[in-house]
Design a protein around this ligand. Sequence first.
Ligand SMILES: NC(=O)c1ccc[n+]([C@@H]2O[C@H](COP(=O)([O-])OP(=O)(O)OC[C@H]3O[C@@H](n4cnc5c(N)ncnc54)[C@H](O)[C@@H]3O)[C@@H](O)[C@H]2O)c1
Length: 353
Amino acid sequence: MKKLKIGLIGAGNIARTHLKAYAKLENAEVVAVCDINPANLKKTCDKFGIPEEHRYNSVEAMLAAEPELEAADVCVWNINHAPCAIAALRAGLHVLCEKPMAYNTKEAEEMMAEAEKAGKLLMVGFVLRFSPENTMVKEFIDSGVLGEIYYSKATYLRRHGNPGGWFANKALSGGGPVIDLGVHVIDQTRYLMGSPKPVSVYAMTSDKISGRKLKADIEWRASATGENVCDVEDFGVALIRYDNGATTLLETSYELNGPNNTSKALFGTKGGVTIDSKSTRVYTDISGYIADVEPSLPSGDFDVIFANEMAHFVDCVQNGTPCRATAEDGIVVMKILDAIYESARTGHEVILK
Ligand SMILES: NC(=O)c1ccc[n+]([C@@H]2O[C@H](COP(=O)([O-])OP(=O)(O)OC[C@H]3O[C@@H](n4cnc5c(N)ncnc54)[C@H](O)[C@@H]3O)[C@@H](O)[C@H]2O)c1
């Protein structure tokens, strides 16, 4: 079987998850890796057996020295998504780019223009689209189980989970939980609602407890960036309205005096659905009786979901399968994220064109 030759850009935490996923695929291999941080480059390449001669300290060096590369996978800080993706597209590679698509809408649009010019695939790493429960719920929705969906809740709340490092540094990340965590659940709920066009956003963010120190471990910490800045929001709430009249309520936090909660809920004229870390439930009625159903589903842990995402990317490149997480979707979500920050800053509703 022909293996797609992939160059990995960025060798930090999520790059290791991607490498693990590619290792499960028979039709793809990561043949080269670059990172501007020599310690991360060494740690990741040693762990996954990438030979010394295929390790590079910049994207430019890797692209120049590895002409047989066919695709690139961008796993760098948000501020560097656009320059790295554009460099790879200009070198004639297909690109998978981690979420959020870019630092802002303008850069996301530049990336898509470059992909169109190059005639290459630009896929966005909206990994929740590839979870088994998401696939199942999408099938329910497509077959009419929920009827017309008019409201959804997109929730990603961490009680004590600011990863620090570049995530907490707005110049590198673009913001806090809204752009880092909210992006996942905004995209997933919009996808399940049939990808409507957003028309307005009204939001509030808060940074009252951003850098608090508690006598408790946080879930995980970002790789050190040499900076010790914390200037991102710790909480965000937003009401997103779509052109079909449907509305989504987003709640997201790095720090909150409330419980951890990663859940999505969609409410339609015939049924509703909730998806959380423990279960997926459908709320409907059967012959006039209220009926709550918990379908059984094979478990899809973190590694399975990423393997599904990478398999889809490779399948799109090799077989021309229509992409399930396009640059167009990435741009729409970036517009929502930008509008959340603008609305929070101005205190006014932002109308999207
Ligand atoms: N899909 C998910 O669930 C998920 C989870 C975590 C992170 N992410 C995304 O993945 C990306 C990376 O996050 P992370 O947690 O791996 O961070 P990280 O700090 O662990 O790794 C990022 C790496 O990128 C390197 N880097 C930065 N700019 C570079 C450049 N121009 N060229 C080469 N290397 C460069 C850094 O040195 C670092 O090693 C972010 O965009 C983040 O939003 C996605």
